[in-house]
Every structure is written in C-alpha cells, then in structure tokens.
Write a protein that binds this ligand. Structure first.
Ligand code: GRG
Length: 355
C-alpha cells in the first residue's frame, strides 16, 4: 500500500523549502489537530506541511524565499484541516485528500499575497508581508506561482476537482472586487456584505470541505452537505474576523484595530450599527478623513449601536446552521472534530476580544 508520504500525484522535487524545519512542520500540524481534538489530523497535516514545503521550492531562489516567507510564518491551517477531516468522514487516510488539502492551502496562501498588495499591508502572521519585505511585484508573482501550483495539483486529481478549484479562485476574486466596489459606501446593504464574504472567504472553506468529501469517494449527497457546512462555517469565520478587526485585543490578533474602517470597508458590525444610527453620528464620523482618534470613536459608536452584539449573534446563527448540516454527517471522530472546529470559531470572540 502507498504511504501518505510516498503518494505524489503532482510533480514534486522531494526537496524542502529551506525556510521549513521539521520542527516547524510538526508545530503547524499539531496546533489545529489539538484544537479539533482529533489526533489523526496531526499526521495528515504533517504530510500536508511537507508537501507545502516542497511545492514552494522552485528556482530562482527568490521565488522559493518569497513563497516560503508567509508559509513558514504560521497560519492556522483551517482549510486543509477541513479537507482532511471531511475526507476522513468517508475513508480515513486518503492520499488524494492530502493533494486536495495542499491545493486549498496554496490557494489561500496565494490569495493572502494578493490581498496584502491590495491593502498595502505591512504585517501578516506576525511577520512583514512579502510586499513590504520585497516589492508588490514580487508578492504578486509569488501569489501567482502558488495559484499555479494549486491548479497543477488539482488537475492531477481530475477534471472535477480542477473545476471546483478554478471556480473557487474566480469566486474569491469576485468577492474581493465586490468589496472594493463598495469601499467607503455607507449605504452598502447586508445582502452585498454576504455576497462579498460568501465569495472572498466562505467559497474556499466550502471548496475545502467539498474536495475532501469528493476525493475520498463520498456520495453526491454527502459532497453537497460538506459544501454547505463549509460555506456556513466560512460566513461565521469571516463575521468573527470582522468583529475582531474592530474589538480584537491587538496583542492577541497581532493587528491594529479598525483597519477595515481606515480602508473604507464596512463589514457586518458597522452595517448593523449604521441601520440604528438615527442621528447620523456614525455616518458623519465615517465620512470624515479618519485618524486614530476618529476610528476609536467610530468603534465606540458601533459598539453602543449594537453592531458587535448583532454580528456575534449572526455568526452564532451561521454556526447553528453548521450544526444542522453536521447532524446529517455519519457519526464518529471526524464529525466531533468538525463540531470542535466550529465551536472554536465563536470562542475566538471571547479569547481574542477585549470588550
Ligand atoms: C487570485 C486567489 C486569488 C485571489 C485574489 C485578494 C483576493 C482576490 C481575495 C482575498 C481573499 C481573502 C484574503 C479573504 C480573507 C479571508 C480571511 C479571513 C483570511 C484569514 O484567514 P485565516 O485567519 O489566516 O485562516 P491564517 O493566517 O490563519 O491562514
């Protein structure tokens, strides 16, 4: 029988990106397995980390350095974890699930490179972004390379996984474009917000679950169920991320508060608060040239107008929908792991917020 480490359906040099140490590989793999309370995940993710380290090793050395930079800086590895757990629900230890997990994390990583260029971000995962450390051009090219690698791996899995991944990259891009199209627009509707996060975040979580279920041989019904679970999880994940942007403890999130407001991105907490802003105080604040004190004031208004509690309630409602989908999953350890992961999403509000 082929071992997970031996299985290589896409071309792979077998050499590791030098920025990766075996300790780093283990550390990344163990973290999410512990969070999910699902020990088999650590082995699968260890193999995924190894494959990520080889997929980012390509000449010239600048390419390997740039692609390895964010990859080795950490990251929660939630998307590959979802792929592996959904696959394990059907058949434990599927080598194809490893490929799919590598592909989704590479798409995620590629999108982060592009996102940091779009936002002009300086730090990510506690280190300098690739655009800040090198240049925008290098960050875009590194992101392109990661997307190409993901596509190559998905193509080796077959036409349907390749189609799913390509369609997802399109949805990520469209979601990001929709966000840009509504920047600084205080009339943005809640529907537009959901279309945005459905595209830029939930679509990849849905694809992560879908591909795991599919490559492990799940029925069409189960593949759709896994997709629906991942999509709802992704909506909740992004809403919590948007809450943390406003009220997260900076030491714990590693990010300054209110970056979205500075960028004119009005997420669910702000949009819910704007609906209650009868005297237009919040609108007037947001329409000013913002500095640190006006952003702080805007956040206080968003809190007092119920934007944070409303958004947290919305995230909880999406997680409740996750539970109804999970109810239909076959019983067993993978199902419990998915329940733990979805609970962790809401727990971030209490562990990373300073309210
Ligand atoms: C060409 C694929 C591609 C994308 C271009 C830039 C862009 C369009 C889309 C941006 C998508 C994006 C970055 C959405 C935000 C999703 C999000 C919440 C990211 C943070 O995810 P975590 O918390 O990050 O899982 P870690 O660092 O833990 O991996």
């Amino acid at each position: 029988m082929t071992s997970l480490l031996d299985h290589k359906s896409a071309p792979d040099s077998g050499h590791r990106n030098p920025q990766y140490t075996p300790e780093k590989i283990r550390e990344s793999a163990d973290k999410v397995a512990l969070m999910a309370g699902y020990a088999p995940l650590a082995d699968g993710l260890g193999v995924v980390e190894h494959r990520l380290s080889t997929a980012t090793l390509a000449p010239p050395s600048l390419l390997a350095e740039a692609t390895g930079h964010l990859l080795t800086a950490g990251g929660k590895r939630i998307r590959p974890a979802l792929t592996l757990i959904c696959a394990d629900t059907i058949a434990a230890g599927s080598p194809e699930a490893i490929d799919a997990a590598v592909a989704v994390e590479l798409v995620h990583l590629g999108s982060l490179h592009h996102d940091d260029v779009i936002d002009g971000a300086d730090t990510r995962r506690g280190v300098m972004t690739v655009n800040a450390r090198w240049t925008n051009t290098i960050a875009v090219l590194a992101g392109d390379f990661l997307l190409a690698k993901a596509s190559e791996i998905a193509a080796c899995l077959g036409a349907e996984p390749a189609r799913v991944l390509a369609a997802t990259i399109g949805r990520l891009t469209a979601g990001e474009m929709l966000e840009l199209a509504h920047a600084n627009d205080t009339d943005t509707t809640i529907g537009t917000y959901y279309d945005t996060i459905g595209g830029k975040t939930a679509s990849l979580m849905a694809a992560s679950c879908r591909l795991g279920a599919q490559v492990a041989g799940g029925s069409n019904e189960f593949v759709e169920l896994a997709d629906s679970f991942g999509f709802e999880l992704g909506l909740a994940f992004q809403i919590v991320d948007d809450v943390l942007d406003l009220v997260g403890d900076e030491a714990r999130t590693g990010k300054e508060r209110g970056i979205d407001l500075f960028e004119g991105v009005y997420a669910l907490p702000t949009l819910l608060a704007l609906r209650e802003d009868a005297d237009k105080t919040l609108v007037k604040l947001l329409e000013q040239e913002l500095d640190h004190s006006t952003v702080k004031l805007a956040i206080e208004h968003i809190i007092s107008l119920g934007g944070i509690t409303g958004a947290v309630d919305a995230a909880a409602a999406h997680l409740a929908r996750c539970d109804t989908f999970l109810h239909e999953f076959p019983s067993g350890a993978p199902k419990h792991a998915l329940q733990r992961l979805s609970r962790y999403i809401l727990e971030r509000v209490s562990t990373e917020c300073d309210l």
